[in-house]
Design a protein around this ligand. Structure first.
Ligand code: BGC
Length: 808
């Protein structure tokens, strides 16, 4: 069944029914202030940090799952409905939700009243604007009421959901004119409050939830709405909300716009109050007046659209297949930006309560982001590096508000440090900015112990070498990329965290994945040293890389594929000798991508094994056969029923590694086939099975062993976005920035006959036209009309336009 369609010209996905297989969401905001919004207006809002600065409440494990959020109610002579369908759920004569680049617009129509609500966080504003456009499409005059509702969160979202004995006695608000102020805890240590206002006089308001709803009503039928009368309640403790009542007359054909602003304001400590107990509202008033007209909303929207055009036009593909084009030109980079902003903190699957910014996650997200806003990527690299510990290891996570390493999770994930090299190298290749390596960055946020970024990379590299196991392979620590392969945990108590507990000394279990990553990242580190003129360092690093490569080929090869690990007892993991979990995807992708076994038959054999044993209709499975029982020596991976998550789902993040590996080995058809299986725009046709949004990648798709084979989960925040971007644009289309030029080396499947690709890099524009004819597979280049030796195109001056014609 179809639930919508792509409107590529508008860069929107248009959802035509409220009844999608799951809430299909979008993100509002680009820098500081964010909202998650579903196609029926659900979701919540926060400033900077989803845990610590939550403006509106989200109720976890809710039924229905997407209840609450941004609520608008229309009472049309007793007929009650919501323009966004939810929360009332009354049938609509027309429904349409458009998710665009950082804005959404939802329209509902019933009995001749059309109501379009546009949701946007304007650039440079810490506020969400909701423009409600009411149209009377009939030829008779109509009178109706509009009620708004936002439920405030008491700022710390975790505490808000649990600490009732305190929180139910805390809530405080003020109301002035049409603006409702939420000021809980402002009297004490907070310097911020929220405001929810509308640009016209109101006929009533509520700020106390129970007064608005009644104790026994529900989202669909609040007492105030049903009775058509706000209570003018002032919250004192309990649950503060913001609700406005507007009585509206509409002449035949008349259209009226109302502008609601939900904003966040901070005041300096000595400027908090206007009078004792009365908050200083100056900034809030300025915010409300900035967005007091419909024209100001249009201006904010066009500014936002221009901003996105500027970002997205840096790369553009035209391939003849709209599904490929829309992924590359619109949705993949958009998802990369959202993932960069959120890391893994806030989605409909990530609660915004726990994980802040992951070290490895944030470092990998950079790969899909460096070309979009290099300055912000630079800042992120320095933030992430500042949470590295002096011995080269790293905190696994940090909180965005404090930017400090998260003590409760700690470190010990031995792959983490290497991703810093990957992220930094991607940035340097994209920008040519070697000065970042000279930036002085603290270890563990301690200004007393700081060193140039280059030294951080050196310690990342050395940390692996300082932690080798019995086979000369890297010790895994608590886990490597696969957080759930916990070879030193041996957890037996329910509730223990597999990631933070360690019962073994950790000196035996080794990871072939980290070995592959060491080679992959190490090469990039050596290239950087070379570019800095430190050729001795580069040579030494390369010697270590060669040693590691030998160790992998000698001890990390199982006969037809790469082993996954050695466990605490020194036994093989991911071997044909095992009864389950015989082959894992991660080392196949990473080792081949790193070039291990390229000169022998190992690389192709590993890819053959992936194809034979892990390939499925819905993508490449993480492992096979899936584990059917809990194994204490392997940890969390064996806690999932077969086919889910790390236990044999299509864990999409890993698939692009295999695609890149395949292109390295010239296996163009395979690479493209793998991508199409997981690419959301290609899965739109099977939306009922896939269930999550057809415009963004999901972290996992249930594997062959699961009853719900093909069902996606954990959409939006996943390293899949960045890695697929790299795989498609840099390895399949094959245009990738290197330190001394743009590499143009397409590896296209035969079904793509011609493809043109515009790539901006370092201020110049490259227009790459690829004719994908039958041939020996090696590309022949012409640059600005002249035959060109090899596939590396030297960087042109900023402003230049370079035309590259490629015949494959
Ligand atoms: C985490 C990643 C991890 C992956 C595989 C994700 O949930 O964010 O850091 O690599 O799971 O375990």
């Amino acid at each position: 069944m179809s639930y919508g369609y792509f409107d590529d010209d508008a860069r929107e996905y248009v959802i035509t029914t409220p009844h999608t297989p799951y809430p299909w969401i979008n993100y509002l905001g680009t820098e500081e202030f964010f909202g998650l919004i579903s196609h029926t207006g659900g979701g919540y809002t926060f400033c900077r940090d989803a845990l610590m600065r939550r403006l509106t409440r989200w109720r976890y494990n809710n039924v229905p799952t997407d209840a609450g959020g941004r609520c608008y109610y229309i009472n049309d002579g007793g007929d009650i409905w919501s323009p966004t369908w939810s929360p009332v759920g009354a049938d609509l004569d027309h429904f349409e939700a458009r998710h665009g680049m950082s804005y959404s617009s939802i329209t509902g129509e019933r009995n001749g009243i059309r109501c379009e609500v546009t949701f946007v966080v304007p650039l440079g504003a810490t506020a969400e604007i909701h423009r409600v456009r009411l149209t009377n499409t009939t030829d008779s005059a109509r009178s109706l009421q509009l009620f708004s509702l936002a439920e405030f969160c008491l700022w710390n979202a975790a505490d808000d959901s649990t600490n009732y004995q305190r929180n139910l006695s805390l809530g405080e608000v003020e109301v002035e004119g049409s603006a409702i102020y939420h000021k809980t805890e402002y009297r004490e240590r907070r310097n911020h409050y929220a405001v929810y206002g509308v640009n016209v006089p109101i006929q009533g308001y509520d700020t106390d939830r129970e007064s608005f709803f009644g104790l026994r009503s529900n989202w669909a039928a609040p007492d105030a709405v049903v009775e058509g009368k706000s209570r003018d309640s002032i919250a004192s403790g309990w649950a503060p909300v913001g609700s406005h009542q507007l009585d509206i007359d509409l002449a035949p054909g008349e259209q009226r716009d109302l502008v609601f602003v939900l904003g966040y304001v901070e005041n300096a400590e000595d400027d908090k109050w206007e009078a004792p107990g009365v908050i200083n509202k100056r900034k809030a008033e300025a915010l409300l007046s900035r967005f007091s007209t419909s024209a100001s909303v249009d201006a904010a929207l066009s500014e936002l659209k221009e901003y996105w055009s500027g970002l997205l036009e840096a790369t553009a593909v035209s391939s003849g297949d709209p599904r490929l084009d829309r992924m590359i030109n619109i949705w993949n980079p958009y998802q990369c930006m959202v993932t960069f902003n959120m890391s893994r903190s806030a989605s409909y699957f990530e609660s915004g309560l726990g994980r802040g910014m992951g070290f490895r996650d944030s470092a990998q997200d950079l790969l899909g982001f460096v070309h979009l806003i290099p300055e912000r990527a630079r800042e992120r690299i320095l933030d992430v590096a500042a949470t590295q510990l002096p011995d080269g290891s790293a905190y696994h996570q940090y909180q965005p508000l404090t930017k400090r390493g998260n003590e409760s999770v700690g470190g010990g994930f031995n792959d983490d440090p290497l991703w810093l090299i990957e992220g930094t190298a991607a940035y340097v290749r994209e920008t040519g900015d070697l000065t970042i390596l000279e930036e002085i960055v603290p270890f563990d946020n301690d200004p007393e112990n700081a060193a140039p970024l280059l030294e951080h990379l050196a310690r990342s590299f050395q940390h692996v070498l300082a932690n080798l196991g019995p086979h000369g392979l890297p010790l895994i620590g608590r886990a490597d990329w696969n957080d759930c392969l916990n070879l030193n945990a041996f957890s037996t108590e329910p509730g223990e965290s597999f990631q933070t507990m360690e019962t073994q000394d950790g000196r035996t279990a080794e990871s072939i994945f980290i070995a592959g990553l060491f080679v992959h990242a190490g090469e990039q580190y050596a290239d950087i040293l070379e570019a800095l003129g430190m050729s001795h360092g580069a040579t030494t690093a390369r010697e270590r890389i060669v040693e590691m490569t030998h160790a992998v080929l000698e001890h990390g090869w199982d006969g037809s594929w790469f082993l996954r690990a050695y466990d605490h007892f020194g036994d093989k993991v991911g071997s044909a000798q095992n009864d389950e979990g015989q082959i894992f995807i991660e080392p196949q992708g990473m080792c081949v991508m790193a070039g291990i076994g390229a000169e022998t038959s190992h690389a192709n054999q590993a890819l053959d094994s992936v194809n034979a044993r892990l390939n499925s209709d819905h993508g490449i499975l993480l492992l096979q056969p899936a584990f059917t029982r809990f194994r204490v020596e392997l940890g969390e991976i064996t806690t999932y029923p077969p086919g889910y998550k790390e236990n044999g789902s299509v864990f999409c993040h890993t698939n692009p590694w295999v695609m890149i590996a395949a292109t390295r080995q010239g296996r163009a058809e395979e690479a493209y086939e793998y991508w199409k299986k997981i690419a959301p725009a290609f899965r739109e046709e099977i939306a009922d099975r896939h269930r999550t949004e057809p415009y963004v990648y999901a972290q996992m798709i249930a594997g062959r062993d699961a009853p719900s084979y093909g069902e996606a989960k954990n959409s939006w925040l996943t390293g899949t976005a960045a890695w697929n971007w790299v795989a498609i644009t840099q390895y399949i289309i094959g245009v990738r920035p290197e330190l001394d030029g743009l590499r143009v080396e397409p590896c296209l499947a035969a079904e793509i006959a011609d493809l043109s690709y515009v790539r901006h890099c370092r201020g110049a524009e490259y227009r790459v036209n690829i004719a994908n004819g039958p041939g020996d597979g090696s590309p022949k280049l012409t640059v600005d009309g002249l035959a060109h030796e090899g596939t590396l195109v030297a960087y042109a001056e900023p402003g230049a336009v370079v035309v590259v014609d490629v015949v494959v």
